[in-house]
Structure formats: C-alpha cells, structure tokens
Design a protein around this ligand. Structure first.
Ligand code: MN
Length: 319
C-alpha cells in the first residue's frame, strides 16, 4: 500500500478509489482518467492538500449521475478509471518524485481526458511536459501567479510551476490573479507569452467578456490548470493559501465552457489542485462537482452523448 510522510503523519490512500462509486474501467478502455496525486511537500500556509484527492472521490459519492447543464448522464456513455495514486515515498528526493510523476503520466493513453487531482500545484509541470511535449497553451485559474524561479530553495515549490512552464515555452493565460511578487509582476509585464487577467479587473463585465473572447479564439492543445484558490474563498475555504476576491462558481464554469465549446481547442488535460479538505466538506464537494462538470462538458463536446450507452454507469443502482 502506498504511504506518504505528511508533516510527520503517515497516511494511507486507499488502493482502490472510485468516482461516483462506479466501478473502474481498465485504463486502456477509459474515456476519462482520474489521476490522484496527493503530493504535499512545500506547504507554506495551511496543510492538507495531500488529503485532497481522496476527499474529492469520497464527496463524489454524493453527486447525481445526471449533469443538469448538459442534461445527460455522462458516465452512461463514457468509461472512467480512477488510476492508482502517484505518491511520494518517504525520504524520496523531490526531483525523483517529479521524474516518477512524468513517467507515470507519459505512459497513459493519450486520447482520453486526463483529470489530475492534487495535491499541490507543483505537480503540473511534469504532467504537462509528459502529455504535451510539442507545446501548447496553459490556461491557469489561480489567485497566485506561481511565477517564482525558486522558493524556499526549491524550483519544485508550489509557488514556481508557471515559471517552469514558461521556461519551456508554453503560452500562459492566467485568470483571477490577486497575489504576486514584484518580480512576478515584472515578468508578466515583459513576457509576451503571458496574458494575465487580474481578479479585480475581471469584476468589470466588459473585461470578463474580453477574456471569454480570448478563450474562444484559442487553438491547438490546451492544458487547463485549476488551482482551487482561484475561486472566492467564501465558496471554498479549503485551500492551502486563500486570498480574498476570486472567481464565482459560474465564472469558473464559463471558462470551462468557453474551452470545450471551442472546436479549434484540444482540451484533453485538466488538473484540479490545492484543495485542502475542511470540516464543512463544502470545499471538497465543490471540487468533486467541478470534476463532474469537466467530464460532462468535454464529453458532450466530443459527441459521447451520441454513442451507445456502454459507459461505467451501466448496471449501477440509480435510485
Ligand atoms: Mn497555484
């Protein structure tokens, strides 16, 4: 059984986790792959992101099979697999963990929708490098720019992933930013490969519409990286480094919809990171429902609703 050191406490992730309590398809047959990455090494404020993936999967037991926006049961037509978690091993150097994460993701079937569940935001770069080696655009929902070149002595810190991504030449669109270092602001200013939509500016309807226009005009491979602290902490208190302000639930869904409705965009990769479960359990429910929206919007855009009902939900008790 995998185990991990979490601020002195060893915890175990159940070997077999499920989404919506449904049986897991074989990875090679799956249309949707959920990859738990309960990695928490560089926490700077509130601990708990290592418990994020399990909390999301447990919360998913409470979701309906029917997804109301697209008015269908996505998993009646799609097969889903929750993959074995990629977890750090006690005493493992950071670099070795990130290499293992790259290798685990590199071998996954490339035509399925991958949704990685964090864990802290430091997990994004290696997964991106493995899935989109030819380049592409990263759309990042986040309170923080995450553009530091290093933090507390490590390039693998959760304050650094977008710096590492820019270093490799991926285009970057940042949405909801409201906390950054002066050096990060200077990089945004000087780097043509970064478009930033600051949270405060997005409060003006005209600016929000301009953002949606940009998403509608994108093309090519896109990685959607959702740091849950991009949302308003009044909606989701369970994040590692909360900041006031932030996107509403519906704004977040509008970003997802703009990308899945855009025929020129290839969106097969999403991460949902930095969830730190909390006593009300509202935060983990929001993340679980967001996973369901990702599956539903993407699946509908790919025409899965026209396919025979042979998905994971077949035979499941729906009462
Ligand atoms: Mn982040």
């Amino acid at each position: 059984m995998p185990k991990q050191e979490n601020n002195g406490k060893i915890r175990l992730m159940k070997i077999s986790m499920q989404f919506l309590s449904l049986p897991n398809a074989a990875a090679v047959d799956a249309d949707v792959l959920l990859l738990p990455v309960p990695h928490e090494q560089t926490v700077t404020y509130k601990p708990g992101t290592a418990n994020g993936p399990e909390a999301i999967l447990v919360a998913s037991e409470q979701l309906e099979f029917f997804e109301e926006d697209m008015a269908w049961c996505p998993l009646l037509h799609m097969k889903l697999a929750v993959l074995p978690a990629v977890e750090s091993i006690e005493g493992e150097p950071e670099e070795a963990f990130h290499r293992r994460l790259f290798e685990a993701v590199e071998q996954l079937p490339s035509d399925a929708l991958l949704i990685a569940l964090g864990g802290e935001h430091s997990i994004t770069p290696e997964m991106l490098f493995a899935r989109l080696p030819e380049g592409g655009t990263v759309v990042q929902l986040d309170a923080h720019a995450d553009l530091r070149s290093g933090y507390y002595g490590s390039v693998y810190n959760h304050a650094c992933p977008m710096y590492r991504i820019r270093e490799r030449g991926y285009q970057l669109i940042q949405i909801g930013i409201r906390s950054l270092h002066a050096n990060e602001a200077a990089q945004i200013e000087s780097d043509d490969g970064i478009t930033v939509w600051f949270d405060r500016a997005l409060q003006r309807p005209g600016v929000w519409l301009k953002l949606l226009d940009q998403l509608a005009s994108l093309s090519g491979p896109v990685w959607l990286s959702i740091d849950m602290d991009g949302f308003d902490p009044a909606l989701i208190a369970g994040v590692g480094t909360p900041q006031p302000g932030g996107l509403s639930w519906h704004q977040g869904l509008d970003v997802l919809l703009a990308l899945t409705e855009n025929r020129a965009v290839d969106l097969r990769n999403i991460d949902i990171v930095e969830l730190a479960p909390e006593p009300s359990q509202v935060s983990e429910m929001m993340a679980a429902k967001l996973v369901q929206k990702c599956i539903s919007y993407w699946g509908k855009s790919q025409g899965f609703d026209q396919r025979p009902a042979q998905g994971s939900q077949v035979g499941a008790d729906d009462e």
